[in-house]
Design a protein around this ligand. Sequence first.
Ligand code: ADP
Ligand code: MG
Length: 617
Amino acid sequence: MADIIQLLPDSVANQIAAGEVIQRPASVVKELVENAIDAGATQIKVNIKDAGRTLIQIIDNGCGMSDTDARMAFERHATSKIRSANDIFAIRTMGFRGEALASIAAIAEVELRTKEHDQDLGTFIHISGSSIITQEPIRCDNGTNFQIKNLFFNVPARRKFLKSNPAELKHIINEIQRIALANPEISISLHHNGSAIHELSGSNKRVRIVSLFGKNINQNLIPIDTETSLVKLTGFIGQPKHARKTFGEQFLFVNKRFMKHPFFHKAIVQAYEKILPPDAIPSYFIYFDLNPADIDVNIHPTKTEIKFENESAIWQILQASVREALGKFNIVPSIDFDQAGSVDIPMPLHHFDEVSMPEIKINPNYNPFDSPNPTKSYSGSGNSFSPRPATERPNTSNWQSLYKGLEPDLSSQAEQPADEPVQFRIEEQQTVKSSVQFKNKYILTPVKSGLMVIDQKRAHERILYERLIQVLENHEVASQQQLFPETFELNASDATLLTSILPDLRTLGFDIRDFGKNSFIINGTPGVLNTSSPIEIIESLLEEYKNSPGNLQEKARETVAISLAQASAIPYGHTLKPGEINELIDNLFACQTPNFSPKGKKILSIMPLEDFEKLLK
Ligand code: ADP
Ligand code: MG
């Protein structure tokens, strides 16, 4: 049989390698901007068209390349940054794999203009799909000017997997944000389709943070400054009151490189323990400086995951510095384990020994045959809780049968001893109404076969979600105008995200206008929601939305509805009035799918009567 093994042609090998390094337009931006920084640039301009699909241009005033280097730069494993394997351990530059340019040239059209400062003429190179089309001397500015056109023109599969323009642009903005924070002394601008997103002049860390995240953040920055033999930590953490429900202001850098490090994230969050509201995430911008030999940046092709030699020691140092910084600013954690309204960790259902007998308030005027007229809202505003009109309700007989047998049995009551507490009897009579809230998180309600436990937040999510879907399906937008329209500012990537879902939010009843410069004004909110703090809801909505899996383009409206329901549902820790509890149960069972939250989590479960009997054996 003839030999069948062949070496892949370089262009194919480069295309395969490109898949690892270049996943989307933002990867190109990252690689080229990092190269510019390695070339010593102090000014970098990034121009993007159509979220990078048609054009990515990076102009720098760095050292430039000679004509041979310019040609060599596109070869795989061509790098000026390491000479021997040992160099890898002392690497302080961003590059060194020598893969980026070869990869980009394999999957796009590249035009390069570059000139060294001491030369009169520069070099122009045009490459398309790894083949050189032109190389010639040219008059041009000092430094390097890359234009990447028609990204993935020869890899349709990749092109197909690109997300919408706003989503791809958001990735680009995020990359620029990280690089800009890591290198505050470098001037960086970002333009998209001709309009400026960022124009940042070289400065220090604080000014850079403020120019990226808005001036409000300034007074919320607490400096961090710790130097040990292992690591030097600088930068800022945010005041607890500045913590948001949304991710977006959490940045770690190591030797001027952005890194993701969930373990270190935990160290920081733990230092804030007990001084943050539940679910709030503190802001931080922390810069690690350490001997490059003590880290391994090579474990991931895009080099954002970094391995530390002395990880646990650094963990301790990091947490201590954050605690110290918080302490210096008199933000001393007040340790209070049983604050009213605090969120409890859910207990396993079988530990019922802690449950105290619910306190039942007796309403002397109560008449079980009156039609219910429950309290209408959780915070006094809006009609968030009014049940759907009876005509629209699905048949509720199924769930009501859960309660059968719980109606007051007068004959057995008659047999009760005379000294039985009155309160107990009244409770029995109101069985169906006698649901109670437990740990401000669950609703316990007796049913025929045992005790039903309902997760209050998930239940409310389900109710709101079905209403929102109804609004969408019936085009019955009802917007509740704000008395005082509120303005708010987002960071650039959240602003792009919000802009991209604005049309969907409008169909749901939000009246939000884009004010430019990443600020927005809320004039109205959906009538079906209880929105006393619309800005918070928008923030949580964005966070939920970012964390939603699935194809954002196809299911955008549904994802918005789910996220919105999650963001506006009554939170854990919220005390419900008895009327509200009943209303919640009532509305839950009027839903099409009362058992599962919009994200598929269990809303309720029944603990069978036998289990209680077993417990007390
Ligand atoms: P790496 O950055 O890992 O070395 P790249 O493929 O990104 O690999 O770049 C290859 C080489 O091209 C670099 O090592 C550098 O010498 C040169 N180069 C790339 N971009 C620039 C630039 N903007 N200015 C000067 N030289 C550059
Ligand atoms: Mg590089």
